[in-house]
Design a binder for this molecule. Structure first.
Ligand SMILES: C[S@@+](CC[C@H](N)C(=O)[O-])C[C@H]1O[C@@H](n2cnc3c(N)ncnc32)[C@H](O)[C@@H]1O
Length: 354
């Protein structure tokens, strides 16, 4: 979640490569998660292995209790709600019998490891995609951290296997260190805006299995037509679901301030064009997507998740007890600008949702 910004910034964008600015959004997301984890909003034993905050982070928030990466309560609550909502929907997918997950713009996300932990879901494969810079960093971290790579099942020994291959690693790193493949997991470098790039996923996923496409805060950085090309490509999966976390309603005053502030980081949001959560959900039903169109879709703002989905007891136990939120109106305003949207195609996944 991006920090809520105050008006008044007149800074000019420093000359950063716009793609560097997009890649840096993973730091925002991971730093927010780390803050929420450190303050007890969320459990995530894998995050410290996949994300290390810079010593003097420019978006690090206040020092003090919770460490230098402590974020304001609004951000921590938003991170808690979005993580919990996406986790609940992913669990519903696995309760339907499971299948495979394709996570776009995965950044430093830890979900694969959290899912692998317990109770073991029926997950045949989990594929993560991001720019090569991100995947090479993640591949290095996985390769040097036993807590991360010990989760991968050992390769099956072949009858002719030599003693040395029996002790070989359960993963391979390739493509100049930017790809990593294990039996249940792949990390693939590609630019989702390049229509030919998705061929890099050929052979990794089984088109006959139920497949969940996960894109948390990714499509907002892409033009809608580039996202549509990805959704059309995804039309090869007949039993399929898509689950996104996105910003909405950015045409209002809050959105304008946010866009102006992001522009100072050379960051634009060409894909954040949906006014409401319903608009965001409906994009997945567009007949122009052809076989990539979904049959059912729905969405909830984070505020709707706060009021209707998060159990009251969880709100009391985790949220109210942790930090004092004076500004419920400000919380409502910020949470109303983010939504979780999902859509399904095929019978197995029909009915998933809140
Ligand atoms: C805001 S971060 C979100 C990371 C992660 N999904 C999460 O929620 O914690 C956006 C991620 O999408 C990736 N991304 C954005 N545009 C992309 C593109 N065209 N191709 C590949 N990755 C992209 C960025 O590099 C970054 O890691």
């Amino acid at each position: 979640m991006l920090p809520p910004q105050r008006s008044g910034s007149s800074g000019r964008a420093p000359s950063i490569d716009p793609d560097d600015a997009i890649r840096a959004t993973d730091d925002d997301a991971a730093a927010s998660r780390l803050s929420a984890v450190n303050l007890g909003y969320l459990p995530d034993p894998f995050l410290p292995y996949l994300y290390r905050p810079p010593m003097s982070s420019s978006h690090g928030g206040n020092a003090g209790a919770g460490g230098p990466s402590r974020k304001p309560p609004l951000i921590n609550v938003g991170t808690h709600h979005r993580t919990m909502a996406v986790d609940m929907l992913v669990q519903q997918f696995f309760h339907r019998g499971g299948g495979q997950v394709l996570s776009l713009g995965a950044g430093s996300d830890t979900r694969f490891w959290r899912l692998s932990q317990s109770p073991k879901p029926n997950m045949s494969r989990y594929v993560e995609v991001d720019f090569p810079h991100q995947t090479s960093q993640k591949a290095q971290r996985i390769a040097r951290t036993a807590k991360l790579h010990s989760i991968f099942p050992s390769p099956s020994p072949t009858p002719s296997a030599s003693p040395s291959s029996l002790t070989s690693k359960p993963y391979t790193v390739s493509n100049g260190g930017t790809s990593l493949h294990a039996r249940s997991y792949s990390l693939v470098p590609l630019d989702l805006r390049d229509p030919t790039a998705l061929s890099g996923l050929d052979g990794l996923l089984d088109p006959d299995l139920p497949t969940l496409l996960l894109a948390e805060c990714v499509f907002c950085y892409m033009k809608p037509e580039d996202t549509d090309a990805v959704l059309k490509w995804f039309g090869r999966f007949k039993e399929a679901g898509v689950l996104v976390y996105e910003m909405i309603g950015l045409e209002d005053q809050f959105g304008q301030v946010m866009k102006r502030n992001l522009a100072t980081r050379n960051l634009s949001l060409p894909g954040a064009v949906y006014r409401t959560s319903a608009d965001q959900a409906n994009r997945f039903l567009n007949p122009l997507l052809g076989s990539g169109a979904f049959y059912t879709s729905d969405a909830k703002t984070l505020w709707g998740i706060h009021t209707d989905v998060i159990p009251k007891e969880e709100l009391q136990r985790r949220i109210a007890a942790l930090e004092h939120l004076d500004e419920i109106e400000e919380l409502r305003l910020v949470l109303s600008h983010y939504c979780v949207a999902w859509a399904t195609r095929g019978q197995i996944l029909e009915g998933i949702g809140f």
